[in-house]
Design a protein around this ligand. Structure first.
Ligand code: TYD
Ligand code: MG
Length: 452
């Protein structure tokens, strides 16, 4: 079985024909007979029912420690659901979930924190550091899933944390802990317990180098909600991003700050991403992107320098490199800026990654601003997607973006389309149709200090 994607082959192969991973096949005895399919109850009342007859159970959500987390979860914890929290080692998954469970224990009731990685003393130390000492929080250090499930059934907690899914194992499955079949069978078993006892379960999952939750993509299909905790270990900010949610919208993000006493939520992230802004220096612009339903203002920095005789380098940090190459081509061909001999570096400040094309205009103008060594008006935000013929294309939710920009004190905006509502107080908007016009508006050509 391929340890990356779960594909099965009757013999060993060097390369997985399904996912292309090398040296990922491991021999495994088929755990048939202990699998989830065979011991399913056949007597129960599972029958097709008319949609109309289904009682809408109260969709009560249980409270979580922070409103940022609640937003990512779609309002709160749903009883009977399984949530996977993935992230690199050391990013703060255990810290966040300790806070969640301690808060839950104080507010709702019995909570069980199962750690297969740390001893109960270590968990106690962390909880003390975070300032929790709840009597309803039970801690259990165990790796055998059958024992864990036995205690879950006896204790009947309202919330269970399994830290981590890769370190627990089922005796019936012969392969090693963390392998595809172990992780999948364990997750299925936990899912069934969650549904049967109406317990919410949080699973911690480690992430592989490629960015997938270790080994199996299969895990993402089993659970109800998948959250990734992202961030740079060297920065204090962490983003909790929803990538799948059966109970709410995906692509919501929550922003947290790692402090010496735990994760603290950041209710106003735009302010933080702009805090150290190099306003007024060439190569810095401000973009407004949407992360789920939340507008985020971020600083885009660009630096161009003459490449000499070497082939020019294009380096991007936090912005798609192919998108950057496209913008450079449009700037050269449609705006007539000769970037062919320039090294170009683009950086999104704060360790953020932008995937939205609405930031195109800010990136393109940061490049021109650095190339011409002319600063962009620090009170200006730039919004717009750039097409191949150099046209500015409209973006979604323009009004919300602009309202957020005004809230943070920006008073000018370059936008690709008219507002749907009336004007926004205190904001000057320029509607522009092309990148060339935007360059002319923002950077007046009289300052001709072009370098290179
Ligand atoms: P941890 O939650 O153990 O990470 P994970 O479970 O994702 O591997 O957090 C690890 C880091 O967080 C560790 O380097 C110490 C740091 N940390 C703080 O900065 N403040 C705190 O209050 C805690 C508990 C940890
Ligand atoms: Mg941990």
């Amino acid at each position: 079985m391929c340890q990356q994607c779960g594909a099965q082959q009757p013999r060993w192969l060097g390369k997985c024909p399904d996912c292309g991973a090398w040296d990922s096949f491991v021999e495994q005895i088929d755990p048939r007979g202990t699998g989830s399919r065979t011991d399913r109850r056949t007597d129960s009342a599972t029958q097709p029912v008319s949609l109309r007859q289904i009682a809408t159970e109260s969709t009560a959500r249980l409270p979580v420690a922070s409103s940022e987390l609640a937003q990512v979860l779609g309002g709160g914890i749903v009883p009977g659901s399984v949530v996977l929290v993935g992230g690199d080692p050391g990013i703060g998954k255990s810290t966040l979930l300790t806070q969640v469970s301690a808060y839950f224990a104080e507010q709702v009731g019995l909570t069980l924190y199962v750690s297969a990685e740390e001893s109960t003393q270590q968990i106690k130390l962390r909880a003390e550091r975070l300032g929790f000492n709840s009597e309803h929080l039970y801690v259990y250090s165990e790796t055998c899933l059958n024992l864990i499930l036995q205690h879950v059934t006896n204790l009947r907690p309202s919330l269970v944390i399994i830290d981590s899914i890769q370190t627990v194992y089922l005796e019936e499955v012969t392969s090693a802990a963390g392998s595809v079949s172990q992780v999948r069978e364990s997750a299925l078993r936990l899912l069934r317990v969650a549904r049967d006892l109406q317990i919410a379960i949080f699973l911690v999952g480690h992430v592989t180098k490629e960015g997938a939750i270790a080994g199996p993509r299969v895990l993402e299909h089993i659970v109800d909600t998948v959250l990734y905790l992202e961030g740079d270990r060297f920065h204090q900010y962490r983003l909790l991003r929803g990538v799948k949610n059966r109970y709410g919208s995906t692509n919501e993000i929550g922003v947290f700050e790692m402090t010496h006493n735990g994760m603290r939520e950041v209710p106003n992230p735009s302010q933080i991403f702009l805090a150290e802004r190099s306003a007024g220096s060439p190569g810095s612009t401000v973009a407004v992107t949407m992360e789920g339903t939340r507008p985020l203002l971020i600083e885009v920095q660009a630096l161009t320098s003459h490449a000499g005789n070497a082939p020019p380098r294009r380096v991007s940090n936090g912005f798609d490199l192919n998108r950057l190459l496209l913008l450079i081509a449009v700037l050269s061909k449609r705006v007539g800026i000769p970037l062919f001999n320039q090294d170009i570096y683009v950086n999104i400040v704060g360790g953020l990654r932008i995937s939205e094309p609405a930031a195109d205009l800010a990136v393109a103008l940061a490049i021109v601003s650095s190339y011409r060594n002319q600063a962009v008006d620090p009170d200006l935000v730039l919004i717009g997607e750039i097409g191949l013929s150099g046209e500015l294309r409209s973006v979604s939710q323009l009004d919300r973006r602009l309202i957020e920009a005004t809230r943070l004190g920006f008073c000018r905006a370059l936008i690709p389309q008219a507002l749907s509502g009336s004007t926004i107080d205190g904001l000057d908007t320029d509607i522009l149709r092309s990148l060339a016009a935007a360059v002319d508006t923002v950077l007046h050509t009289n300052g001709l200090q072009e370098q290179g």
